[in-house]
Design a binder for this molecule. Structure first.
Ligand SMILES: *Cc1c(COP(=O)(O)O)cnc(C)c1O
Length: 359
């Protein structure tokens, strides 16, 4: 039998392992930070109608510029952002990949602050971009001094700041983003996948004006409850969008994807109606973990990284045995738990109290 390593694969991919959060079918899946609420029937019907309408032209290639979708995304973002400042792809992972294809590559370097989103290093590997991770401070915070010093030392072509950070939930102040921008001549990507869950008015969208090397990456996979549709996007200077046009595959966003996302965006208020409840569940989870004597980290996202767990692998398995899937991110003594519905949050708190509470 042929093994992967028998193939003449690129040296830089030899021995690598793919992204792999376990996809298990369980009653309560709180492992990949999805919005676990279902989309309401009337919105689903509207999305279906729009997809059905789009099928009339399915013999033709899609609008390569996804003009209508970019208009809707610009309106959704506000901050004076125009359709020409918006670019979209099949998930923000593809957005990141396109950014690496345009601004990274051999002899180029990317920088981020660990622990952070595991896809940054994987995309760096697949594009042969050197990748440096500088450790975060106490409680996984980052500040102006850390970020500025790291950029001055490593002189990266791409800087990735995840805000709020996955997997720690840590918010990042705009002061840090501004300092990072001022310290670099490279591209600064602020990954705001969880921005809608943040109560603070701290989106880097407000910094875009006059900063042509700043990119804000967003997604419909989390707050919008649309992970299966695969729609990520960025807001940036028009020139950044021109760079994306050089590396994207022609017609990369299917007619069906465009139709689904357009319909969803026309209902953005209702689509995001569950966000307030998810925040409440996150805060409830945080307090419950403290009450258990565990060590949750402050989070501005829809998940909580819980520290102080003596044996995370065992607790992960014990939860799974009860039909609850959470994420072991590999940080010692922690598990990451997505804030789900009220019932799901109640279930995970009850299970952890049973497993780890004072006997
Ligand atoms: C979930 C997540 C994304 C979203 O990826 P999609 O490809 O849009 O589903 C991006 N960045 C971070 C940090 C994430 O956690």
């Amino acid at each position: 039998m042929t093994e992967l390593n028998d193939l003449p694969i690129r040296d830089s991919l030899r021995g690598r392992t793919p992204y792999g959060a376990p996809q298990l079918h369980v009653p309560i899946a709180l492992n990949v930070n999805e919005n676990t609420h279902e989309i309401s029937e009337d919105i689903l019907l509207d999305i279906i109608r729009n997809i059905a309408e789009s099928l009339k032209d399915i013999n033709r290639y899609p609008d390569r510029e996804f003009t209508a979708l970019r208009e809707l995304l610009a309106v959704y973002l506000g901050h004076g952002i125009k359709a020409n400042n918006v670019w979209a792809a099949n998930g923000s992972n593809e957005i990141l990949q396109q950014l690496f294809m345009a601004f990274g590559g051999p002899a180029r370097k990317a920088l981020s602050f660990s622990p952070t989103y595991s896809m940054y290093s994987l995309i760096a590997q697949s594009t042969d971009t050197q990748y440096v991770e500088v450790p975060r401070l106490e409680r996984y915070e980052i500040d102006v001094d850390l970020v500025t010093a790291a950029i001055k030392q490593h002189k990266p072509d791409i800087i990735l700041i995840c805000s709020p950070n996955n997997p720690t939930g840590t918010p990042v102040s705009l002061e840090v983003i501004e300092a990072a921008y001022n310290a670099t001549e490279g591209i600064l990507v602020v990954d705001e996948a969880y921005s809608e869950f943040s109560l603070n008015e701290n989106s880097a969208l407000s910094l875009l004006e006059g900063r042509p090397r700043l990119v804000v990456s967003r997604t419909m996979s989390k707050a919008f409850a649309f992970a299966g549709a695969r729609l990520g996007y960025l807001a940036a200077d028009e020139a950044i969008c021109d760079a994306m046009r050089l590396v994207r595959l022609p017609y990369h966003l299917s007619t069906l994807t465009q139709a689904a996302a357009e319909a969803a965006l026309t209902h953005s208020k209702q689509m995001l109606a569950t966000v307030a409840d998810i925040r409440d569940q996150r805060d409830r989870l945080y307090v419950a973990m403290q009450d258990l004597g565990l060590d949750p980290y402050r989070s501005d996202a829809n998940f909580v990284l819980v520290g102080g767990i003596p044996d995370p692998k065992k607790t992960w398995q014990d939860l799974l045995d009860r039909g609850i899937l959470v994420r072991d991110i590999g940080i010692p003594n922690t598990l990451r738990i997505t804030a789900g519905t009220e019932a799901e949050t109640t279930a995970v708190i009850a299970a952890l109290t049973d497993l780890l509470g004072a006997k």
